[in-house]
Ligand binder design. Structure first.
Ligand code: ACO
Length: 376
């Protein structure tokens, strides 16, 4: 029997699966299209970063206005889509499972669904990115039995998301913090969900299908799902005095501590550093500084005991919590931003495609002969 007997890189660690020019990680430096994440978080806006990710350069003023207008036009959900989405269950449904179905459902109405030319893909890129925030807010409103406010076409994604969540004009400081979170989560080289999206795109499947693949991969607790688990952990710990006893028990039980560790960063995730100071400010402003205080102890102890550093999901949890966002919406918020990165990857994959088709090393039985059911 001819079997593939090459070396197995479990989890594809260290495997370079494609070339990419979207975002790069070198040691503890993350860049989008050559600009450091610190520079973009400090000086840019989410919409500007989206243009950068999709076009390989920063926009001119006119181009930025154009992109914002396109987002503004596409942010609202069509009545027939709302009617269909209202039929989906929200009780005991995880919002990431709902979002996966919602995006797939949205594709059924997209006039460009099966068109693969550049113009159609651009229109779908705008629609998917503009509507993701609205979908997450819609889930929240449907489950709470509230009316979904119509997004305002002249406002940003960050402004509109908070507006739809709260049903009133959001605090400008909060909008700024949320916009920075969107920038920080927009792309991250060949992470699990971007790879999933690229694998689907590599069969020349359509953009909605590839984005749904991204959502499905992001949902898991080892990837985007970790941010929700971080906040559940902090609430379970309860207070600063409890952090060390809780951690000792968890490590003795060989549990994974959510929000720590990274396949690529061994000297720290630069996004976590930015989110750390945001968490300090936000928890103080919300009158609940204990969440940062507990996080800080956990951070120090994990470094000392395991040599593990926080990743993007660790401090983002207390930032979102301080904004009053429900825990189970933390990962959907990740998707609101990361959809733009997935789309950049999908377009890059289409532009230089070869189907992903790796090999598996055979470890099963060989040479068996079929036994009729009566003789088993
Ligand atoms: N808590 C405790 N131990 C850990 C943790 C953790 N968070 N992360 C890694 N380790 C340990 C592992 O148990 C393993 O120890 P061992 O060699 O004694 O068995 C060793 O460190 C290597 O860990 P792996 O899981 O093999 O590392 P891998 O590169 O495969 O996984 C991952 C990286 C998934 C991020 C991992 O660190 C993890 O599970 N972290 C917690 C979940 C999390 O925060 N995910 C979000 C990542 S960021 C993002 O995707 C947006």
């Amino acid at each position: 029997m001819q079997v593939y007997d090459g070396a197995v890189d479990k989890g594809l660690e260290g495997v370079v699966a494609c070339t990419t020019a979207i975002s790069s990680i070198v040691d503890a430096t993350l860049c989008y299209r050559g600009y450091t994440i610190e520079d973009l978080a400090q000086n840019s806006t989410f919409e500007e970063v989206v243009f950068l990710l999709w076009n390989d350069r920063l926009p001119t003023s006119a181009e930025l206005v154009d992109l914002k207008n396109s987002f503004g036009k596409e942010m609202a959900l069509e009545p027939e889509l709302v009617a269909a989405l209202k039929k989906l269950p929200t009780k005991d449904t995880h919002p990431m499972a709902w979002l996966r179905t919602a995006v797939s459902t949205m594709g059924l109405w997209d006039v460009d669904a099966n068109e693969m030319d550049d113009n159609a893909n651009h229109r779908k890129a705008i629609r998917l990115s503009a509507k993701m925030a609205t979908l997450v807010a819609a889930f929240h409103c449907f489950r709470e039995g509230k009316e979904l406010a119509t997004p305002k076409a002249d406002k940003s994604v960050a402004w509109n998301f908070l507006y739809m969540m709260k049903g009133k004009d959001p605090d400008p400081e909060m909008v700024k913090v949320f916009d920075t979170c969107l920038i920080l989560h927009a792309d991250h080289e060949l992470n699990c969900s971007a790879f999933a999206a690229r694998v689907t795109a590599s069969s020349l499947s359509d953009m909605h299908s590839a984005v749904v693949s991204g959502i499905c991969a992001l949902k898991g607790p080892l990837h985007g799902g970790a941010n929700e688990q971080v906040m559940r952990t902090l609430r379970e710990i309860g207070g600063v005095d409890q952090v060390i006893p809780w951690l000792e028990k968890a490590l003795a039980n060989k549990e994974k501590i959510m929000g720590f560790g990274h396949r690529v960063y061994k000297n720290g995730d630069p996004r976590a550093k930015i989110l750390r100071s945001m968490s300090k400010n936000m928890t103080e402003n919300s009158g609940e500084p204990q969440w940062f205080a507990m996080s800080e102890i956990l951070d120090d102890e994990m470094k000392a005991r395991k040599g593990l550093l926080p990743n993007v999901d660790f401090y983002s949890a207390s930032v979102y919590y301080s904004m009053g966002i429900p825990l189970d919406l933390f990962t959907p918020i990740f998707a609101v931003s990361r959809v733009t990165g997935w789309i950049a990857h999908i377009l890059e994959q289409y532009s230089n495609n070869r189907i992903y088709r790796p090999r598996g090393q055979w470890t099963g039985k060989e040479g068996l002969k079929y036994t009729p059911i009566s003789q088993r």
